[in-house]
Design a protein around this ligand. Structure first.
Ligand code: FES
Ligand SMILES: [Fe+2]
Length: 432
């Protein structure tokens, strides 16, 4: 079969009546598919870029990527956030090599062309060497066609004809709003972050962040160390929910108990007392749930008290290599003790020397090792958990209108994710 003839049926076999959903693990290893994903998902869709608090004051900037394309995000002197392609208009070098900083100008390291942080080309060494027709005004850094600040979360697109942002973010927007409004004064991303590269496909990193089923196994040693061992009674966790929100967004949602440092003497969390930014329904749910929100295709927001609140950004580099950036955030106006406890909880679990993330990485590498198996039946992953019990009604619908709901450890969210993926990558509706 030639590559050009590949269709979704080469990757997914599913039947709701017969209750099976099988994913060919070549979705994680096929370079052809990776290129298709870059083109259809990363270059034609919306991508999460950063949080506005990472560009706190005028002239703050940071660099990132959309797929392979290098990007600069900067807050101009006037306070406006702009997105620029990090490529010199002279002969192509990156103009900014730093990961973040504060500067009004970017001077290309190659021949010294200098751009202001709003993208204008403002200086050329020995400019007399250029002809009269040479027009500096036309040689500014290229702007990202679409940039949106949604409750402080900044998304962009390299394509000018993407669907409206509201259409893309859909129901996931309601949970982003909840995260942004839950703490009076909002949230703030901390300056330090962790970045690591792993020899796995980007989708594995994305999926793992909302995998409720793996926790008692992969993180057994962590739970033991913190004295909170849920045991292997997975059924105990089935009251939690796996939500598919539509548009490729999914949620691992847990019903929660408060950490002792979150509550006042009446047992009520400090941030919900006198919080006028939330609706009554948001308030009700904010006090009941905690969640991992995976927004298609590259960010997961961990709205959790323990391990602490994190924004995890996934950057696909090659079909079998992914970079992950873990940014930790805290409520701006939280009591000091709360901030300290939360930060420690984050580092204890997510940091490179933490007790959680290194175990995840190990098991994701083991899975990738297994994907070398190309045997006709043996190369399929099974995503049928809970397929017989997906349900459409739950009280949570008053907060967020999920398309599919499953028990916490079910594959409901993944089935939704791959349904959307099939639509975007192959332009085919999965008959499911
Ligand atoms: S490539 Fe940037 S100045 Fe020459
Ligand atoms: Fe994990």
């Amino acid at each position: 079969m030639s590559y050009s003839k590949k269709s979704i049926k080469d990757y997914i076999i599913a039947d709701k009546q017969e209750a099976f959903f099988k994913l060919n693990s070549e979705v994680y290893t096929d370079p052809y598919l990776f290129n298709l994903e870059m083109e259809k998902i990363f270059y034609k869709g919306w991508i999460y870029l950063c949080h506005e608090s990472q560009l706190k004051v005028p002239n703050d900037y940071l660099t990132t990527y959309i797929g392979e394309i290098p990007i600069i995000l900067a807050r101009t002197e006037e306070g406006k956030i702009v997105g620029l392609i990090n490529r010199c208009r002279h002969r192509g070098s990156l103009v900014c090599r730093q990961q973040k900083g504060n500067s009004k100008f970017f001077r290309c390291p190659y021949h010294g062309w200098t751009y202001s942080n709003d993208g204008r080309l403002v200086g050329i060494p020995d400019s007399e060497g250029y002809p009269e027709q040479f027009n500096m005004e036309k040689l500014g850094l290229i702007k990202i066609p679409k940039l949106v600040n949604y409750y402080g979360f900044i998304f962009g697109s390299l394509s000018s004809d993407v669907p409206e942002f509201e259409n893309y973010i859909g129901e996931a927007g309601k949970l982003l709003r909840l995260i942004a409004k839950k703490f009076p004064g909002g949230i703030e991303v901390l300056r330090g972050y962790h970045k690591y590269g792993i020899p796995i496909n980007w989708k594995l990193a994305f999926e793992n962040a909302v995998d409720h089923y793996h926790a008692p196994f992969v993180h057994e040693s962590y739970f033991e160390a913190v004295g909170h061992n849920p045991g292997r009674r997975i059924d105990l966790r089935s009251k939690d929910l796996s939500l598919y929100l539509g548009k490729g967004h999914l949620v691992d949602l847990m019903f929660r108990e408060y950490e002792i440092y979150e509550v006042d003497e009446k047992g009520s969390p400090w941030y919900l007392n006198n919080n006028n930014d939330l609706t009554e329904i948001e308030k009700k749910w904010a006090s009941k749930i905690t969640f991992h929100l995976a927004i298609f295709p590259n960010v997961i927001v961990f709205d959790v008290a323990s391990p602490g609140p994190t924004i995890r950004v996934i950057r696909p580099v090659k079909v079998n290599y992914t970079e992950v950036y873990s940014y930790y955030y805290l409520p701006k106006n939280a009591p000091k003790e709360y901030k300290e406890k939360e930060l420690r909880a984050s580092l204890r679990f997510y940091g490179p020397a933490g007790m959680g993330t290194p175990d995840d990485l190990e098991v994701l590498k083991l899975a990738t090792e297994g994907y070398k198996v190309k045997e006709k039946e043996g190369k399929y992953n099974d995503l049928s958990r809970g397929i017989h019990r997906d349900f459409r009604y739950h009280e949570i619908l008053e907060l967020v209108n999920a398309e599919m709901i499953g028990h916490g450890t079910d594959d409901t969210g993944y089935r939704g994710f791959y349904k959307w993926w099939a639509k975007i990558v192959f332009d085919e509706e999965l008959d499911f």
